[in-house]
Design a binder for this molecule. Structure first.
Ligand SMILES: Nc1ncnc2c1ncn2[C@@H]1O[C@H](COP(=O)(O)OP(=O)(O)OP(=O)(O)O)[C@@H](O)[C@H]1O
Ligand SMILES: Cc1cn([C@H]2C[C@H](O)[C@@H](COP(=O)(O)O)O2)c(=O)[nH]c1=O
Length: 244
């Protein structure tokens, strides 16, 4: 038997209603949420470009405007996989380069069920780094090509918007605490930037370049405008699959 019920969405200023088909008596999933979905918004850039600062400000601004929104970051260092990655980045352990690349990807895949659920429920996700960092950083290492590095992340939920915080590695290196973690080395960051430049040529991804050398408030204003536009357009579109 198909049951149809009206459920309120959480977090929205104006109570929104969602027609939701539930499970039939045999427990088989019989339909999907028919409400408006949240947007998947990603911030990328070289180390210290200002991603975390801007993710936090964006989440706060969207919450204040009545949106249901949550922040995520990759790597997510709280999981078992994330702890392996964190120890590697902090130079407390060594891992073979292919292995750590696959761990970064696994750290994204382990979050996919909860990401999809939140997006379906109408929550917008603001994500600090995603598969683009995965491909750019590993392919900056000798012996790795961009194509191979993208493969493990093919099929991840596709971001509706990827904002690339453009800041020269030289300027980024002057910002707080640069140099503490494994990849925070000038030459390496320059190669990472070149790999990001290659990734940004892909028209299947909705890239927006943001001048991250502006003041924190000016960057924030630009990012908020792009995000609000994307939230509006994404709500009626199906969630895509990355690099497919
Ligand atoms: N527009 C800006 N102008 C000047 N300083 C900034 C700007 N944005 C961020 N910062 C400062 O730069 C430093 C790095 O910022 P933040 O942690 O947001 O960068 P990030 O890109 O998330 O870094 P990471 O790559 O380490 O995750 C912080 O000290 C922050 O206050
Ligand atoms: C997601 C991801 C990240 N990296 C690199 C990029 C940074 O050097 C660190 C993460 O630092 P943060 O301050 O926690 O943002 O890891 C990577 O190599 N591969 C990835 O997939």
């Amino acid at each position: 038997m198909l049951v149809t019920r009206i459920l309120p969405f959480r977090g929205a200023r104006t109570a929104r209603l969602c027609l939701c088909k539930l499970h039939d008596s045999a427990g088989k999933q019989s339909g999907v949420m028919a409400g408006k979905r949240g947007a998947l918004i990603v911030l990328e850039g070289v180390d210290k470009a200002g991603k975390t600062t801007q993710c936090n400000k964006l989440v706060q601004a969207l919450q204040q405007s009545g949106q249901s929104v949550e922040m995520m970051r990759f790597p997510d260092r709280t999981t078992i996989i994330g702890q392996l990655i964190s120890a590697y980045l902090e130079k407390k352990s060594d891992l073979e380069d292919h292995v750590v690349h696959l761990l970064f990807s696994a750290n994204r895949w382990e979050m996919v069920p909860s990401m999809k659920k939140k997006l379906e429920q109408g929550t917008t996700l603001v994500v600090d780094r995603y598969a683009f960092s995965g491909a750019a950083f590993t392919s900056a290492k000798p012996g790795f090509c961009l194509d191979w590095c993208k493969k493990p992340d093919v099929g991840l939920p596709k971001p509706d918007l990827v904002m690339f915080l453009q800041l020269s590695p030289a300027q980024a290196a002057l910002r707080g605490q640069f140099g503490e973690e494994r990849y925070e080395i000038d030459d390496f960051q320059r190669t990472v930037q070149q790999k990001f430049d290659q990734l940004m040529k892909d028209p299947s991804v909705n890239w927006q370049e943001i001048d991250a050398s502006q003041s924190i408030e000016d960057v924030h204003r630009e990012i908020t405008t792009h995000s609000l536009n994307t939230i509006n357009t994404a709500q009626n579109l199906p969630l895509g699959e990355l690099w497919k």
